[in-house]
Design a protein around this ligand. Structure first.
Ligand SMILES: [Zn+2]
Length: 202
């Protein structure tokens, strides 16, 4: 299901975020331009922003650790909000971890003003004219947290290559936000945060 009618094409520079308003049925293509770049993704129901994409609610609905091609991500009200309709990537889209935030960077020894996915999320919402008083756990696209059979995990560099992308379809009218993760203190972004592109259409 390619995008045949493009309505927006936005270049998202490394370490920044962007918000979009989607109508039900809109497609959003998220491209890792240089490879090894995670994209934190949020989606909120425009009619009630407290009904939003929830990793905790998605996992029991799909009985997987994260959606694969053909699976939806679900809301706090256990309804599909976006469907992963095409996955042209190695298919690692973590749902275990909170967004990086200033406290995570302080914990790792960075300065308090280090860019973070949490700040990018709230800034993207402000630009859409909305506000949420907390940060839902994002869906971490292109993120390679490998969970070992004994319950430990390994933070590995993403396996994505330049130009890898996913296409999601809005299953309800939704605000969505993306953050090109600025994590440069471990292997989450392969050590070097880079730009992504977001295309929206039908
Ligand atoms: Zn991040």
């Amino acid at each position: 299901m390619p995008i045949t009618t493009l309505s927006q094409s936005i270049h998202v520079p490394a370490r920044t975020g962007k918000g979009f308003r989607l109508r039900k049925g809109d497609l959003i293509r998220i491209t890792d331009l240089e490879g090894q770049q995670p994209v934190d993704f949020w989606a909120l129901n425009t009619a009630d922003i407290y009904e939003h994409l929830s990793c905790e609610h998605t996992k029991p609905s799909i009985e997987k650790l994260f959606p694969h091609e053909g699976d939806a991500a679900y809301t706090t009200h256990r309804r599909p909000i976006v469907m992963l309709v095409e996955d042209h990537s190695p298919g690692q889209h973590d749902m275990q971890f909170a967004a990086c935030d200033k406290w995570r960077y302080l914990e790792l020894g960075a300065r308090e003003d280090h860019a973070s996915c949490q700040d990018n999320f709230h800034k993207a919402l402000r630009e859409l004219g909305i506000a949420l008083p907390y940060t839902p756990q994002p869906w971490n696209l292109f993120t390679n947290f490998f969970i070992n059979p004994d319950g430990t995990f390994s933070v590995k560099a993403p396996a994505t290559r330049p130009g890898d992308y996913v296409i999601l379809r809005a299953e309800m009218d939704a605000y969505v936000a993306v953050s090109a993760c600025p994590q440069d203190m471990n292997d989450t972004c392969g050590g070097k945060p880079t730009d992504v592109r977001v295309d929206v259409g039908r």
